[in-house]
Design a protein around this ligand. Structure first.
Ligand SMILES: Cc1cc2nc3c(=O)[nH]c(=O)nc-3n(C[C@H](O)[C@H](O)[C@H](O)COP(=O)(O)O)c2cc1C
Length: 367
């Protein structure tokens, strides 16, 4: 087993012993994207990229893929904000973000343009954010001084993107750079091998450790507990108004065509037409008594901006008097789980499930 795995396992053992089994199961080979950082015609960048890819592909502790920025021709950054905050509109940028997200670590193969990383690489880095974070990165630089100054600047950028850059990089410089430009195969330059191997070892270690750590984190799906619940309260207010008027059309107005409606006794009604027919029959037999049913939103969560999950309690009293009469026929409370989805700005009910509210059974002493 490669040394990187031993080190990663040791770290995992120390940090997460109680959850070791789950984390070990998640420790598959890290996927490494090798990004060619220049795009101009006649670029040299292909050679070092192909060389480090061939070295990486011979190892059994990582999976490597070459990623060419020429395949992602993005404009100069032209979005309202980083995609950390606002989803990008540009379709190539979206495709780029999906590609970046596939990897656990990266090797940036970079030239030095005026002592800095090439603008096209910086632009590509700016076009993603969450996809880079908490992942490892290594650099292969080339140029008169091996791209050393570009690589040092690049590491600062990687840190801002919450990547962990390896200490060791590869620098193809001076005579080696000139010889390779003239056609020498980089694989024949033996003194490049030790730094390349050390860099790959470090990259596997960090990307495996960070992959295990990322997979060990249980996500909180809701973006913020303080998120505005008004889509849910507005939906429920409509239900309230509809039930007060015993108006089935209004009650079902925001049920999606493919809504799923679970009854308390196990039947699942599939689709608007089916549930509307049932509700129309039920409502036809009800004399409207405003306030006889009262809906209360108890929990509303938004696992994504366009999906709401809500628990809504219905406190129902006898229909004749409108007064609570516990235990009387027609008196019941129930709890509904609603899943709402926003489509083109309108919130629709995707699924609903209600059960009788019988919390009293939990209060009974055990026999
Ligand atoms: C605009 C520009 C600026 C450059 N500045 C530097 C530099 O600061 N340091 C350096 O070592 N090489 C510099 N070079 C030379 C590059 O190292 C060399 O052209 C290399 O092949 C560029 O990588 P590429 O062929 O993948 O585009 C520069 C080249 C260009 C085009």
């Amino acid at each position: 087993m490669p040394i990187g795995y031993h080190l990663a396992n040791t770290l995992v053992l120390r940090l997460h012993e109680p959850r070791l089994a789950a984390i070990m199961a998640a420790m598959t080979k890290p996927r490494i994207g090798i990004i060619i950082g220049t795009t101009r015609e006649g670029r040299f960048g292909d050679k070092p990229a192909r060389w480090i890819f061939d070295m990486a592909a011979r190892r059994d502790d990582l999976e490597a893929e070459l990623v060419d920025l020429r395949d992602f021709p993005m404009p100069f950054f032209d979005e309202v904000a980083s995609n950390a905050w606002v989803p990008s509109k540009n379709e190539v940028a979206q495709r780029w973000q999906r590609k970046v997200a596939e990897f656990d670590g990266y090797i940036f193969v970079t030239a030095e343009y005026n002592r800095a990383p090439p603008g096209v690489l910086k632009n590509a880095l700016d076009y993603a954010y969450p996809e880079w974070t908490r992942k490892a990165a290594a650099c292969v630089g080339y140029g008169g001084l091996g791209g050393a100054r570009a690589v040092e600047q690049l590491r600062l950028i990687l840190v801002e993107l919450q990547m962990a850059p390896t200490r060791t990089g590869v620098h193809i410089q001076g005579a080696d750079f000139m010889a390779a430009k003239k056609g020498q195969n980089l694989a024949e330059i033996a003194h490049l091998q030790p730094s390349a191997n050390a860099m790959l070892d470090e990259l596997v270690w960090w990307s495996s450790a960070l992959k295990a750590a990322r997979e060990g984190v249980r996500p909180a799906l809701a973006e913020s507990s303080s998120r505005d619940a008004s889509p849910v309260t507005a939906f429920v207010a409509e239900l309230q108004a509809a039930i007060d008027a015993a108006d089935a059309d209004r009650f079902n107005a925001r049920f999606a065509a493919d809504v799923l409606w679970g009854s308390p006794f196990g039947a699942v009604i599939d689709g608007y037409d089916a549930i509307h027919a049932i509700h129309a029959r039920m409502f036809a037999g009800i004399k409207p008594v405003p306030g006889a049913s009262r809906y209360v939103v108890e929990h509303a969560r938004f696992p994504t901006p366009d999906v709401a999950v809500a628990y809504v309690r219905r406190l129902a009293t006898t229909r004749e008097s409108g007064e609570p009469e516990p235990g009387a026929p027609g008196t019941f409370d129930e709890l509904a789980l609603f899943v709402l989805v926003r489509r083109d700005g309108t919130w629709w009910l995707a699924a609903g499930q209600h059960v009788p509210d019988r919390r009293d059974v939990y209060a009974r002493p055990r026999s």
